[in-house]
Design a protein. Structure first.
Length: 464
């Protein structure tokens, strides 16, 4: 089916994975075009550097040249003019995970990193361990590791390392993306309720992970966090080997003697002491998953540590965007209460004396709802000042489903936080520029462009 394809159009091309796959298809000699509603860096820059034409906005005429294949992103729904045109004209279309499976993963040794939190960091670290040791893996990561400079590469080695997302595949395929990834080794880092727009409850997420676990072959391995109660019931399988990793004593691969510092962390396994240039307990767990997987694939402790020594982190994960007026501005992709809490906990270790500001944009389909109303308030425990931006598209949700910003403010203030709920980026920049003193730290949490807030903040702080 896929062998005669000479032109591909990506609908929703500015997603990290979509843009990376588009670039890889172009490298295969395929003509690539794409369109997107919101064209913003880093992916817009990435595509421009590769001279891939990106059309701003969706329109039927974008498909007038009748590409051989249309890849429809998972943010696209019925009613999108390009999706409708593809259906009307019976053009060949597929989801991104299907494209990956058929063009890039089949025949490779696929290492899939899944879980609610830490997927991007774990996948990036695992990829760097393989790359640093000359194994030249293909990879697809939902972020941009600083060591690699891009979120994806499609090489000719036997290894394919991929971030396995439990989010649904496309409007025409409601299964989780990771069921397409042919896992030889499946890492499951943790499991929590998330994605309230597609999963009804924790049970339905667990069911999706069960489907994923069912795909691991008998000559593969399921590597799972043995400390996570939400995972325990999924691990009683006999079709493939299972190994537990974690900090608890019952784990086959266990970290102990953890030492947390402001720029690095140490932990031991029975035969070796590891050192990572990442902060906090969440990153010990991420690194431990990497150690377990890499050792299973034949790498030695010293080879793994050598890669850890040179790992430079990931864009949008506690990334310092600049310092202006003595204020350090960071960017973080955190958008689930647990991710926000763990990041702030790590920042507390990194900046023990400084006042920490947290600015949060509730824009995911989960955080716009009230499913984490209470958890969200407690997620900011390690911040001194909290700014929440106006909840996006709130009017599209039924009143009883919406996040209640007034209650959130009340809860934060009663916990002793200086909290503000502000309508837009300009108001937030003005508020922070007025209140933040030299030496303080501002961490912006968003999984979108957030109106270019980082640059605006740095500009304003620099002009005070």
């Amino acid at each position: 089916m896929f062998s005669r394809i000479q032109s591909v159009h990506f609908v929703g091309i500015c997603g990290t994975a979509m843009a990376s796959a588009a670039a890889a298809m172009q490298e295969k000699g395929v003509k690539v075009t794409g369109s997107d509603q919101n064209v913003y860096p880093p992916m817009s820059t990435f595509l421009a550097e590769r001279r891939i034409e990106v059309i701003s906005g969706y329109a039927e005429q974008n498909l007038a040249y009748k590409p051989d294949l249309i890849v429809i992103g998972n943010a696209i729904s019925r009613g999108n003019p390009e999706a409708e045109y593809a259906l009307d004209h019976k053009l060949r279309y597929c989801s991104l995970p299907e494209l990956l499976k058929e063009f890039f993963i089949r025949g490779k040794r696929s290492l899939v990193v899944s879980g609610t939190h830490g997927k991007t960091t774990t996948t990036s670290l695992l990829t760097w361990v393989f790359e640093h040791n000359g194994l030249n893996p293909s990879y697809l990561i939902g972020g941009i590791p600083n060591n690699l400079g891009q979120g994806a590469r499609f090489a000719d080695s036997e290894w394919f390392i991929i971030e396995g997302d439990e989010y649904d595949t496309a409007f025409f395929d409601k299964r989780s993306k990771f069921v397409h990834y042919l896992p030889e080794v499946a890492i499951v880092n943790n499991l929590e309720f998330d994605h309230a727009d597609i999963f009804k409850d924790l049970d339905s997420i667990q069911t999706s992970f069960k489907h994923f676990i069912r795909l691991v072959p008998r000559n593969g391995l399921l590597l799972a966090n043995g400390d996570d109660p939400n995972l325990a019931q999924l691990l009683n399988v006999t079709h493939c080997p299972v190994k537990h990793f974690g900090l608890g004593e019952s784990n086959a691969i266990r970290a102990f003697n953890m030492r947390y510092g402001p720029t690095a962390t140490e932990f031991e396994i029975p035969s070796f002491k590891f050192h990572i240039n990442l902060v906090g307990e969440l990153n010990v767990r991420n690194a431990l998953a990497v150690v377990a997987c890499a050792k299973h694939c034949g790498l030695k402790n010293h080879q793994i540590q050598s890669a850890f020594d040179t790992f430079k982190g990931i864009k949008r994960r506690m990334e310092v965007r600049g310092i202006a007026g003595g204020v350090t501005v960071l960017d973080d992709f955190g958008h689930h209460p647990t991710a926000i809490r763990e990041t702030l906990r790590a920042l507390r270790i990194k900046f023990p004396q400084q006042k920490v500001w947290a600015i949060f944009e509730p824009r995911t389909n989960t955080t716009r709802r009230n499913v984490f109303q209470n958890e969200l308030a407690s997620a900011f425990a390690d911040a001194d000042s909290v700014v929440i931006s106006q909840v996006a598209r709130l009017e599209l949700l039924a009143p009883e489903e919406r996040l209640n910003p007034e209650k959130l403010m009340l809860d934060l203030r009663s916990a002793g936080k200086n909290a503000a709920y502000l309508p837009d980026v300009d108001a937030i920049v003005a508020h922070v520029a007025k209140g933040a003193q030299g030496g303080e730290v501002v961490c912006v949490f968003s999984n979108g462009g957030f109106g270019g807030i980082h640059g605006k903040l740095l500009d304003r702080l620099g002009r005070r």
